[in-house]
Design a protein around this ligand. Sequence first.
Ligand SMILES: Cc1cc2nc3c(=O)[nH]c(=O)nc-3n(C[C@H](O)[C@H](O)[C@H](O)COP(=O)(O)OP(=O)(O)OC[C@H]3O[C@@H](n4cnc5c(N)ncnc54)[C@H](O)[C@@H]3O)c2cc1C
Length: 401
Amino acid sequence: MAKTSSFWDDEAGGFTASASPLKRDFDVCIIGGGIIGMSTAIEVAERRPDMMIAVMERADGPKGASTRNAGFACFGSLSEVALDVDVLGSDAAADLVRRRVEGLSILRSRCGDDNISYDNTGGREIFLEHHASLDRIDKINELLHPVFNRPAFVRMDNLIEQNGFDTKTVKALVGTEFEGMLHSGLLVSRLWEIAKKRGVQIIKSDVVNLRNNVHAAGKPIELVLKDGTEVICRNVVLAANSAISELIRMISNNGATVSANYSSKPMFQPARGQILLTAPLANLKLHGTYHFDQGFVYFRNVGSRVLIGGGRNVAMADEETTSMDTTGTIQNYLEHILPNVILPGKNVAIEYRWAGTMAFNNSKQPVVGEVLPGVIVAFGCNGMGVAIGSEVAKRTCELIC
Ligand SMILES: Cc1cc2nc3c(=O)[nH]c(=O)nc-3n(C[C@H](O)[C@H](O)[C@H](O)COP(=O)(O)OP(=O)(O)OC[C@H]3O[C@@H](n4cnc5c(N)ncnc54)[C@H](O)[C@@H]3O)c2cc1C
């Protein structure tokens, strides 16, 4: 029977937080202890060491996405970027790539590559048949030249066999040198550690109510924790990923008028992401991060194991959920890809199956803005928060200080 916890969480070995706040009033309270919440806390603490900052996280360590992802440090594969150009336009597609690259750069220099097991493996996209984006490599490289100063994507069909694929199945391979992988559990542990060193108080508690305008004297927002404790603060950052609508509802139910930009529906669609991880394998040739089916499927090695995730496109409506249970439909689909594409003809044991939650929107741009004075939302990484999360945190911090 496969484990249902995240491998990253198991390896990170636990996250410690205070059971209750040491103070009852803060300058900044951040709801959500994932990549965005913790990176925002660190940004604010570094810019304004005089500010009292708290992070409220309802789970034992973040349990939405940040330790339940695939650990790709990526900016988008060729076919994804080509699709973004078609749907969003060239400027918006290039801007997204630029922001992801900037986010990764902040994250790596903040955490230190060794502390998060960052490995600059390079990334690959495989194609089982000819795809129109393959004819657009030069155009996409030209578009992304201001970001990378070198071609972002290069055809590398010679790697098909070298990486253990069957050349009858995999017809084309495109590589990029600008992608790598990391250990998601170590990443979040590191962010928690840095935040604590900067004086941020991390409190393990669910925020169950949020009121504004209840106190004067510059601390107008009140948070109610699960044990009934009331905490006041000057700024609240909602970094709760797909649970953000619960928090917005709390504010509206208390009579506050949320800015029209954020109350209009739908602000985002929740999306579940599912993953499976094999047992260690002998003689694994696969090394690096791989994209397949326009980014809907992704896989990588984790040491001598294979991690594969995605497949939402097989049951799109069912996966538009905040539930974090795995399902037979997606897990079977992912498992089927292992012997048929990744590890030709091999039967492998699955050791872990888990799911996480994401927030998607049509622009693919994360949302950072004030929903009402002093209340800021920061979410919507569209499945790329490892990459863009730190850039989102930087913009969030700019709204505070
Ligand atoms: C399966 C999967 C694979 C992915 N793979 C990649 C990848 O390879 N590369 C990449 O760049 N991105 C990937 N992502 C996306 C990335 O993980 C997310 O974009 C990122 O982690 C989002 O960070 P966050 O801080 O917004 O949210 P989260 O990490 O979800 O943090 C939000 C936190 O808020 C807490 N919370 C919610 N409500 C409350 C409340 N009322 N009170 C207190 N706490 C609350 C939750 O417990 C949660 O821990 C993947 C996501 C998934 C699900």
